[in-house]
Design a protein around this ligand. Sequence first.
Ligand SMILES: [Zn+2]
Length: 291
Amino acid sequence: MIRADPYAFASQAAEQLIKGLSITALPVDPFAIARGREIEVVAKPARDAGVSGMLIRVGNEFAIAYATHIDNEPFQRFSVSHELGHYFLPGHVDAVIGASGIHESRAGFASTDRYEIEADRFAAGFLMPRYLFFPALVKAGEGLAAVRNLATLCKTSLHATAIRYTQCTRDPVAIVVSVGSRIDHCFMSDALKAVDDIDWIRKREAIPRDTPTFAFNQDVENVRRAVNIEETSNLQDWFGGRRSIAINEDVIGLGSYGKTLTVLYNINMPDAEDEEDEEALVESWTPRFKR
Ligand SMILES: [Zn+2]
């Protein structure tokens, strides 16, 4: 059973908006779309390093400020898109803008606040709408190489792109974001969630010891210097279960973000027929005892 994603509506709302604007090519330009709504967008150094941007209301006029302390175009584009999420998603303006007329955001998939999560998901769907992202994904290759190609095309961060990749691909893949020996968060594609007899990777669990990611994270320089490696591991190391299957494991350090991105892919499950044959074979060799 695959649980319905409670935040999928936010990505879908963004996609509908982009479709409605008749946008037919990537990258999407959040600055132009904001200005098209007469929302002023300004760069502004944040007081607090955790603040990614702000949505400001004066009467019925809106403005977006985006933080410049992180000098990174994908991050700034994501931040502006997150604020547009608060502007467009039903109920957000009233919920997030207090008496001060200002909402301060913490974009980037780290917040546990419902409105922040929804705005992040809106931003992902906005910059990577499925109807444009999926056709590009099919041509993008595999693993981290695919994520890099898509990030270049969409002008989005590796992190945001990798998450979107798991949401849109039809292949069994997972991405894991880790710090030190711990899993920070992870996403599995629907095709992987549908595989029986595996454990789901979860937040705050330890990284399995026998994996390339575990070894990679032993040296913080790998993370800081954005080193990347392409290795293999075993399905059982990450997901348990009874099938021992070699899978691909690409790992990259996310630099100043201080985290590591792992892409697990090329997970070729034996098809049901082959497994049945195997079981039948095992059975034929198992001595039977009559009672
Ligand atoms: Zn926000």
